[in-house]
Design a protein around this ligand. Structure first.
Ligand code: GLN
Ligand code: ZN
Length: 757
């Protein structure tokens, strides 16, 4: 018999119940008991929905983040949040979200850093370490949840983050060696395993996903030390890896003294044979056979073809599960009432993925005939998708095949283009601009949603948006900005807006995935060949340009960002999908140019986050990502100025690729780093123009003129001033006009001061 289990279930709720409960609590509209009750309801519902599994994850539920939960369990709470007058949950939220000094009853506590969980769009709270960090186990949260599960008759398997990954995820705030904390950390884990064993736990899932990354030797050694220390544990450890292949860590992972190993079989299927060999005759092998990172139905026939022989070989020692926690997919496809029926039949969200797992288990345990009907239905859906004319578009494929190297080349080198552009645009030194969006007021959002619901007809909607654009242009002219934008009033989201106008994208109603805390995103579903039936932005851009004699920037989202922020197809390489997106954007760029738009910005906010986990794969990714950008951007004439924008500031390791994009101007986030981050550009002798953000748009603070001048002077020490632009760090859509106007006024004044020398 094969054993089934799950690594983690989304906790946000099919209708984002947890989000709303958290926000109500934070706003003071609900009590802690109310919040606890919603948490309990969700846990119960999710456990009940998983009760057919042999082992159900416990401890995966979190009020904010599983890494922060781990920090609290290990007693690693930042000093600034300890000794709060109130209870643990508030201290916990204080670390997660910070607390400003304005709150009357306590001092200011700044939030812990947050960063991306491996190559997902989930953000975890970075554990903080120092040479003095100590650990003390408090397993109460986990034990309570185990008890709760047991009362419901659920066979719980606690899920924790392993000690080596836990240290790896954190940051030593004092620059000390965090790995030196291992000897202090291990006793807390030993104590945890003792507690769990006392509570009758048989298996613990110990997540060590860093085993799929390139590890320095001391980290590999840390694994040996750590798991040797757990040898005496009176329960069984399932060493759990996901998001990639083990490769050079395969031996290490297979030989650690644990009772089982989980492998992401969607990405590391080639390693299974070797793993079985190295694992020895006693350990359990758990295979993550259902993809926990996408929303496609599994091809159950194809999976059974390779799984059945493994089952015969391993028998009881084979477990099956999703590849990783289902945290990264939406909860339930059943909620989707508006999705096209065809497309819907190709999809599986978390609940459906577990159904697939159960089908696989039944087919393995009782033979395929036992689930014949379901297998036939699955096969039919998979085949329908494979052959669907909605997925395959000959014209797109032909156009992509016809792309040759020249498509990505500008007609002339940067120096020549720059001269032409300067002559045409007549910009002053230190030109000022913004990143694209202006405040999305309640009126704007209301008009958009009324239009969406059909309560506002197209003509009225258009008039409304035009008046917003006109207002935005007037304000920018009054401020004296040099290159204007239309303000993006008509856009809800920078990917969705384009996805909705392209063929090949679909949108769910409830396909929410947790990004951090209560924040969720609803990634578009890119299901088919991408084409652009008609221009997407030309009308708005032309209208905006008609209102001013200043250059108006056309505003687009780049192909790599569209790819990285969507659920994309699994039937062709990401690079191919990206090329299709690039071609569609290229068409839009050329249409804008034809309409007289002289400056076009192509945002690539998510280029960096698409970097593979292993450095050895970075070059390959950057190669096709940069090529996609170039295909999108570089069809224009020399005098058309291409901008790109990236809202981060770590460029050191990708500066070569950024330079290859060859945008005439790049605007980046730098204000919080005091311009230090321009170092990468300086060191590389970056040849084109740069707009280092001069103020942080995430904060309501209005930057002073002097402060901006100072920052730009620092920038000019690193980059020749003739190549510098002045702009905010990012778009202004989350700010209010009352904040935006004085900030931009100071920015424009700062530019004047700088020009005066
Ligand atoms: N043009 C977009 C805006 O201003 C860019 C957003 C982003 O970089 N995330 O909103
Ligand atoms: Zn940005």
């Amino acid at each position: 018999m094969v054993t089934t289990h799950n690594l983690g279930f989304p906790r946000i709720g099919a209708q984002r119940e947890l989000k709303f409960a958290l926000e109500a609590y934070w706003n003071g509209q609900a009590s802690q008991d109310d919040l606890a009750a919603v948490g309990a309801t969700l846990r119960h519902r999710h456990w009940q929905g998983q009760s057919f599994l042999d082992l159900v994850p416990v401890g995966d539920f979190s009020f904010y983040d599983q890494v922060l939960d781990m920090s609290f369990m290990l007693g690693n709470v930042p000093v600034r949040a300890q000794h709060q007058p109130d209870n643990t949950l508030d201290a916990y939220f204080r670390v997660a979200r910070g607390r400003s000094a304005n709150d009357s009853d306590c001092g200011c506590v700044h939030a812990a850093e947050m960063t991306k969980w491996f190559d997902t769009n989930y953000h975890y709270i970075v554990p903080e370490f120092s040479a003095a960090t100590g650990f003390a186990l408090d397993a109460s949260r986990l034990l309570d949840q185990l008890e709760e599960a047991r009362r419901l008759g659920v066979n719980g398997k606690p899920v924790i983050i392993g000690p080596v990954t836990y240290l790896w995820l954190g940051k030593a705030k004092d620059g000390s060696d965090k790995l030196a904390l291992l000897p202090r950390l291990l006793p807390a884990y030993v104590a945890l395993f003792e507690e769990l064993a006392r509570h009758g736990v048989e298996w613990v899932q110990v997540d060590e996903p860093i085993l799929v990354t390139e590890l320095a030797s001391q980290w590999r050694e840390a694994f040996v030390t750590a798991y040797d220390a757990f040898k005496g544990a009176q329960l069984k450890l399932l060493l759990t890896t996901y998001f990639g292949q083990l490769r050079e860590n395969l031996d290490l992972a297979c030989t650690l003294p644990v009772h089982g190993l989980h492998l992401d079989a969607t990405l590391a299927r080639d390693e299974i044979g070797q793993v079985i060999e190295r694992l020895g005759p006693d350990k359990v092998l758990s295979l993550g056979v259902i993809n926990g990172r996408n929303i496609w139905k599994t091809d159950l026939h194809a999976t059974l073809e390779w799984l059945e022989p493994l089952h015969r070989q391993l028998e009881e020692r084979l477990w099956i599960a999703p590849s990783c926690s289902l945290l990264h997919v939406p909860v339930d496809l059943e909620c989707e009432e508006e999705l096209d029926r065809d497309i819907r039949s190709w999809l599986a969200f978390a609940r459906q993925k577990l159904d697939e797992l159960q089908l696989l288990a039944q087919a393995l345990n009782k033979g395929r005939v036992a689930v014949q009907e379901a297998l036939v239905a699955n096969h039919a859906a998979v085949e329908r998708r494979r052959g669907s004319p909605r997925v395959h578009n000959q014209a797109v494929q032909a156009a992509v095949a016809a792309i040759d190297a020249s498509a990505g080349e500008r007609s002339e080198p940067y120096e020549q283009r720059a001269t032409r552009q300067a002559a045409l645009l007549q910009l002053p030194a230190y030109p000022t601009t913004t990143i694209g969006s202006f405040p999305q007021t309640a009126a704007i959002r209301q008009a958009r949603s009324r239009f969406r619901r059909g309560e506002l007809d197209e003509a009225s909607y258009k008039t409304h948006m035009q008046s917003e654009i006109a207002l935005c242009v007037r304000e920018q002219e009054a401020l004296g900005l040099d290159v204007l934008v239309h303000g993006e009033a008509e856009r809800n989201d920078m990917v969705e807006y384009f996805g909705e106008q392209l063929e090949g994208f679909a949108f769910s109603q409830f396909g929410w995935v947790q990004s951090y805390g209560s924040r969720c995103v609803k990634p578009p579903i890119l299901f088919g060949d991408i084409s652009r039936p008609r221009p997407m932005t030309v009308e708005w851009a032309s209208y905006a340009q008609s209102l001013t004699s200043k250059p108006m920037k056309g505003m687009l989202t780049g192909p790599v960002t569209m790819l990285n922020w969507s659920f994309v197809r699994d039937d062709q390489p990401r690079s191919s999908t990206c090329r299709q997106l690039a071609l569609a954007i290229r068409g839009e760029v050329l249409d804008l140019e034809r309409a007289g738009v002289r400056v076009i910005q192509i945002d690539e906010a998510a280029l960096r986050e698409g970097l593979p986990l292993r450095r050895s794969e970075w070059d390959a990714y950057l190669e096709w990502a940069v090529e996609a950008f170039r295909i999108a951007a570089n069809g224009v004439r020399g005098e058309t100025q291409i901008h790109t924008h990236m809202c981060y500031s770590e460029f050191n390791d990708i500066i070569g690729a950024i330079a290859k994009m060859d945008a005439d101007v790049i605007t980046i986030e730098t204000s919080r780093s005091d311009m230090q981050l321009l170092e990468a550009f300086e060191g590389f002798d970056y040849p084109n123009q740069i707009g280092p953000g001069v103020y942080d748009i995430h904060s309501p603070n209005v930057p002073g003129q002097d402060q901006i001048v100072q920052l730009m002077r620092k920038a000019a020490e690193r980059i020749p001033s003739g190549r510098l632009w002045i702009n905010p760090d990012c778009g202004l859509k989350t700010r209010r006009w009352e904040e935006v106007l004085p900030a931009l006024r100071n920015m424009v004044e700062a530019a004047k001061t700088l020009r005066a020398g």
